[in-house]
Each structure stands twice: as C-alpha cells, then as structure tokens.
Design a protein around this ligand. Structure first.
Ligand SMILES: Nc1nc2c(ncn2[C@@H]2O[C@H](COP(=O)(O)OP(=O)(O)OP(=O)(O)O)[C@@H](O)[C@H]2O)c(=O)[nH]1
Length: 373
C-alpha cells in the first residue's frame, strides 16, 4: 500500500510529561494539586486553629503568663477566619499563601504564650517544633515549603534570646528543631515525588483514553465530549457548524484479501489524509472500526461539502494492491436547536445514503439525490 498524501502531526499529540515544562501542563498540574491537596491544606489550617486554642487553654491551666489572656487568645480570630476562608478557595497558589499567613499568626501566637510565662520559653518550645513536623507534607511547592520552614525556625528566636536560660535552651531548641526539619524535608520530598508520579500517570492514562491507539485521532467518547463543547461555543457565537461522517468502502474485503495488517495501515493513511485536509480547529474522531466523524466549526454547508469532496478525492491517493481506497461521506449542516447527537445522526444518515447510492461519493443530509460521484 502506498500513500501519496503527506501526513501532518497527529491531532492529539501527547503533551510533555514534566509538570511545569509546558503552560497547559503546568495549568493541569496546578489543577491537580488543588484537587488532591486542597482538602489536606484546609484541614491543616483548621487543625492549626484548634491546636492553638488548646495551647492557650492549657497555658491558662498550667502556668501564669504575664500576657493577658485576651491578647494571647487574639490570634484565634485570624486563624479561624483563615481556616474558614480556605474552604472557599480552590486555587492552590492562594491556598499556599493563606497557609503561610496562618504559620505567621501561629508563630506570633506561640510567642505571646511563652512571653513572660512562669516557665519561660520552655513551655512553648514543643509547639514551635510541632509546626514543621505537622505541616511538612502539605506545602505544594519548594518555595512555600522553604518559607514555612524558615518562619518556623526563626519564630522562637526572640523568645529564646530574651530568656535567662538562653544557652541551654538554645542548644535544646536547635537539636529538636533540627530533627523536626530533617523529618519535614523527608516527608515533603516523598510527598512531592508521589504527587508528581501520580500526576504523570493520570496524564498518561487520560491521554490513552482520549486517543485512538491506531490512528492518533480522538477516541469516540473524547470526540463527542469536545464536539459538544465546540458546537455550543460556535452556536453561541452565531457561527455555522457542519458535521461529516466518513466510512471506508468495502473495508472488510481489504482485510480479507490483504490481511488485517494492511487494513490497519490503510486506516492510518486514511486518518493522515483527513488531518491533511482539515484545519487544526476541526475535530476528527474515530467513532467506529472504519467510521470517522468530523466537526467543522464555522463552516457553512457548501464549504463543508467542498471539504468532504476534497477528502474523498484525496483518498484515491491511498493505493492498495488491487486498486485505491474509496470512502463514502455524509455531510450535515447544523439546524437551529439541533443537538450534537442529532447533527451526527443526520450526517450518519447521509453516509448510509451515499453507501446505498453506490459508495465513493459525498451525500448531503436531507437531500436524497447524489451530489458527487
Ligand atoms: N484492519 C482493521 N480492520 C478493522 C478495524 N476495525 C474494524 N475493522 C474491520 O472493518 C470491517 C468493516 O466491515 P463492514 O462494516 O462490513 O463494512 P465494509 O466492508 O467497509 O462495507 P461498507 O461499509 O458497506 O462499504 C470489518 O471487517 C472489521 O473487522 C481495525 O482497527 N483494523
């Protein structure tokens, strides 16, 4: 089998797999992060507010602080507001920024609880160490993780430096904070790795489900999904839309006479011809074994018929051992209020008519006479 038409790149070329290496890929990864980590971040902010409440309450029970209770409890208000706001935010970037603000508030609050306390900084040091341990896994990027860790490390320094037992406490603090930081780095790296791997895997699976393996065209369900959206968009803008239904003629004979492998090659060549004669904004789907559907946004019926005719003639360039490939094509123009399903059904009916009228022809929906032979 030879093919005279020069092929163009596949319509659904897989995107690069490294998150961030392509704008659409980066956007998809951000969306993925928002979906998968958003709930964890919100929960962590809520936990932060509850934990801070526990710190203030326990502090009141176990020791005497020189800072008034009202002032120590004050950070609860922004923490609750932050946790509440987080439930209405889906954007991962904004969630991260909100999370960092929560860390600052918590750090300041912990400081207030340790300041002028009967047991000094000793009472609140564990709370400082808890921050990197508890939040290490939730930061979505490197920058927010580094900022959160830096805030955690620096937060208690004013309190420590003001404490009379500073040298011993500082050594103790550095040891425990060091351990907490190492643990946070490990957990964050593992989480980052898992998220990236899962994202890539999900992308690959989606690509496979969206694309027809043999021809690289859109798989049936993906075609219908995209076509419905593009039809609605074009109709909304007041433009015409047409659909084509294309079927290879006597394809069973090609398989039977020359083998399935040549049949496959013929389908690949057929897909290349379609891609070659259609615009990037047209959608081409393999909707059956040797059946293809095309959505032509912005084209009126006459233009769609001309496109279909060019495709039909170009298929003669696909040479088989005993002749050339021929196809039959049905064309339908979208009528007012017509759904995608109805539009494709009309194109399919026109295709059946083309088969009945002798094949290797283009037929228009709603007209029973042969237009091209
Ligand atoms: N090689 C190959 N053949 C396929 C594939 N998918 C479907 N077919 C074959 O396509 C043929 C379709 O045959 P029919 O539906 O009888 O239609 P036809 O022989 O093309 O006849 P008309 O459509 O009436 O012109 C069947 O033999 C299927 O096995 C595929 O992926 N590869």
């Amino acid at each position: 089998m030879t093919h005279e038409s020069s092929p163009r790149p596949a319509q659904t070329e897989p995107p690069p797999l490294l998150p961030g290496s392509h704008p659409s890929e980066r956007h998809a990864f951000l969306h993925y992060l928002g979906q998968h980590m958003g709930a964890t971040m919100r929960l962590m902010m809520l936990t932060g507010a509850v934990a801070y409440f526990a710190l203030v309450a326990c502090g009141e029970l176990v020791g005497h602080s020189g800072v008034p209770l009202l002032l120590r409890a004050a950070p609860l208000l922004p923490l609750v507001v932050i946790a509440w706001r987080a439930f209405f935010i889906a954007d991962p970037l904004r969630l991260s920024v909100l999370g960092l603000v929560a860390v600052v508030v918590v750090e300041v609050g912990i400081g207030l609880n340790g300041y002028k306390h009967s047991q000094g900084a000793l009472w609140v040091l564990p709370a400082y160490v808890m921050v990197p341990l508890a939040t290490g896994a939730v930061w979505l990027w490197r920058w927010d993780f580094i900022l959160a860790m830096a805030l955690s490390v620096l937060g208690p320094l004013p309190l420590l430096l003001a404490d009379p037992a500073m040298p011993t406490l500082l050594a103790e603090y550095l040891m425990y904070m060091g351990i907490a930081l190492v643990a946070a780095v490990i957990v964050h790296s593992l989480m980052d790795d898992v998220l990236h791997k899962h994202f890539r895997l999900e992308q690959q699976l989606r690509e496979r489900a969206y694309t027809d393996d043999l021809t690289g065209l859109l798989a049936r369900n993906r075609f219908l999904e995209l076509a419905a959206a593009r039809l609605a968009h074009t109709v909304h803008q007041g433009g015409p839309v047409c659909a084509l239904y294309l079927d290879a003629d006597h394809f069973k004979q090609i398989n039977d006479r020359h083998g399935h492998a040549l049949g496959d090659q013929t389908l690949v060549a057929l897909a290349d011809v379609m891609r070659h004669h259609l615009r990037p904004l047209d959608l081409i789907g393999r909707v059956g074994g040797e059946e293809f559907a095309v959505l032509l946004p912005g084209l009126a019926q006459d233009e769609a018929v001309a496109v279909a005719e060019r495709i039909r003639q170009a298929m003669h360039g696909i040479r088989l051992p005993d002749g050339t490939l021929t196809v039959s094509i049905g064309v339908a123009a979208q009528l007012p209020e017509q759904s995608l399903h109805e539009l494709l059904a009309a194109a399919d009916a026109a295709l059946r008519q083309a088969k009945r009228n002798g094949r290797d022809r283009v037929e228009i929906a709603g007209t029973l006479s042969a237009r091209f032979a």
